[in-house]
Structure formats: structure tokens, C-alpha cells
Design a binder for this molecule. Sequence first.
Ligand code: ADP
Ligand code: MG
Length: 250
Amino acid sequence: MSEAVLSLQKLHKRFGALQATNDVSLDLKQGEIHALIGPNGAGKSTLIGQIAGNIQPDEGRVFLADSEITGMSIAQRARLGLGRSFQVSSLAEPLSVMRNVMMGVQALQSHSFRFWKPVAKDQQLLKPAYEALERMQLSHRAWTPVFELSHGERRQVEVACALALKPRALLLDEPMAGLGPEGSAKLTELLEALKLEVPILLIEHDMEAVFRLADRISVLVSGSVIAHGDSHAIKQDPRVREAYLGDSDA
Ligand code: ADP
Ligand code: MG
């Protein structure tokens, strides 16, 4: 058996005449960050959607460890251990950081146990929420309302929301977007430590962060993976330089 935590096999997705995903196979192994890069419109978010479950592929299969999740709902995938960062707008601004993270845990628990336990006890929610905040170095902000946080801290909360569900694999779609150098550097440092516990499939435009963090990089152009390798190989690859990095001496 493969040691892959997440495995995509020959995924295809069309939107009308547009081939948004073209025969994409890749995997995510324990202990690594696998970065997915590519120009705007390359199909990165469409691919993440097919993993997370909000987009169904036309063809191909998705596995989480040994379970095929291709036809499963978003909630089923989350319960099996697929973690995904949420958009900033999904945080409840007036509520505390802790309450936001706890609500995420509760949503999953109350769904799976709803037949016999309508409301999960706070204590059951506090512990995983607090641990996730500690891993994101935000426990000192636990009782601060979200509207008081910096942009970077909000991103850390979003990752904490995903972590509190104890995922086996984490999908992050442009977590550095909109962050200044300080926020990016902080998140980069946190993700570097986090990958030892949870492997991460990372979509990111910030190439400095990608080259620092990624153990492997796949380059997507027009729906197809055109190159795959470590940072060094990707920087040298002439197809990548032409298609994505431009012709500068990257
Ligand atoms: P990326 O995340 O790499 O910027 P996307 O996955 O968002 O790329 O988009 C890939 C292509 O698919 C783009 O040309 C986009 O316009 C198109 N696309 C994405 N979602 C839809 C949709 N729901 N319907 C039609 N076209 C879509
Ligand atoms: Mg995108």
C-alpha cells in the first residue's frame, strides 16, 4: 500500500468547453508540504474543490488514506479527517477567538452525534479548541473578539479551526493572500512546524513561502500538471520558467 495520506487519481473536470482539470494525479505523504502552484486560472481552486467535496470530478478518484472519498459529502470528508482552512468571512467577528474555534468543532460533533446528543458539552469543545490555538500560538488571544485581531492572526484562527477537528490532511488555498511580510513570515514558521503533525497540500502565490516550505511542488497550467519536483528542480525546470516564473533567473 502507498504511504499517501491523500491521493488523487486521474481527475478530470470540465466547465462547458473549458477543461479545468486534465488528468491530474498527485498525492500527499505523511510529514510533508506539497505545494501546488500555477498562474491564475490554472485550475488550483477547482482541484481543491474536488478534494474537499464542493466540486464533483467528471472522472477520476480521490482517496483519503485507504478510504475512497470521491462521492462523499463535504461533511463526511471532514469527519474522515480532511481539514480545510475557511475564508476570513466565515469567522464571527463579535465572538471570541475561542468561541469561533469551538463552533467549528461543535458543527462536526453535533452532526455526527445528533441522534443521541443534541448539544455537545462545552468541555468537550474547549480542549481541542484550546490545543489548536496553542499550536497556532494564539492561546493568549483566546478570549479576544475576532474584530480586534490583525489580518495575520485571523489566518491563524482559520487554520486553528481546521486543526481543532484533528485532521489527517490539511488543504490550504492561498493562506498568505493579503498578508504583509510579517504576517507571511509568521504563518510560514507555523506551517513549517505543523507539517510534522499534519501533512499539508498548499496552494500559494507567495513563491518565497512556497520555496521555503514545500518538500515537493507540482505546477499546474491549464488544468494539467506540467512539472513536479523539489524546489531546486522546479526553479530549474525550463517549462516552469517559461509558463509560470517568467524568463527571469529565478
Ligand atoms: P485557479 O484557482 O488556479 O486560479 P480556478 O480553479 O479558480 O483557477 O479556475 C480554473 C478555470 O476554471 C478558470 O478558467 C475559471 O474561470 C474556470 N472556472 C472555475 N470555476 C468555474 C465554474 N464554476 N464554472 C465555470 N468555469 C469555472
Ligand atoms: Mg484559486
